[in-house]
Design a protein around this ligand. Sequence first.
Ligand SMILES: [Zn+2]
Ligand SMILES: [Zn+2]
Length: 260
Amino acid sequence: MSLRLFDHHIHSDRSDGTVSLADRAKTVAIRPHGISDHYPWRDKLRNEDDVKRYLDDATRLGLRVGIEYDLGVAPPLSAGTREALHYVIGAIHGLVVAGERLGYDDAGDYVKGRRKTFEARDRFTDPAVQARIRERILEVVAEGIERDRIDILGHPTFSPLQALGDPEVAYPAEWQERLIALCVEGGIAIEINESYGVPHREFLVRAARAGATFAVGSDTHFALGPLDKTEAMIAAAALSHDRFLAGERTVLSGPPRSGA
Ligand SMILES: [Zn+2]
Ligand SMILES: [Zn+2]
């Protein structure tokens, strides 16, 4: 495994992963990584007390601790808990568009190759629906940056629109530039996600040009695997390794964040 960049996005059995925190702590020797379970998550990470317990348990094992904060769904975190975490990944897993909740799960299974067809495709081919989804993504991300002070945008361009095919068609360049500007101006990193294979090369090139910072996220729920796709994506977009987060919210190089 040649890539030594810090892997921020890893699940355990404290949400929907299969590996215990203790076993996760053993694999940091293979490559540096943290832990970032879903919040909220059913009966396991229900509230902030659960997050604090998670933070204590994982810290005791020597892990860097983040969470995958469910944008548009999770309740606001207190400033104390947010600061105690090494980083917060904000990610969208569903959207309310025109009063209707659109789940991302089917699209996710399709994009990850777990099913051969994207059965809900017809619901997303209407250009008006696509435009509403894109606008809603920007609103939810903006709220995550301003209200929740997320540090990393997880799987940034994953949505049912990604499952339709060419991301350059699903996401017009002008929209991509707006999402990138939110991240750059908000001082948050853009995740390169191994599981979903996002964002695509053109997005990463645009982001680098705009001065973005990046974060690696394997998003594994199982054993730690290689970061083959991530390495290829970084190489294809010619991203500089000094623009990547290293397990904490402070950017190691580049201009300091204002107001810090
Ligand atoms: Zn996610
Ligand atoms: Zn995840």
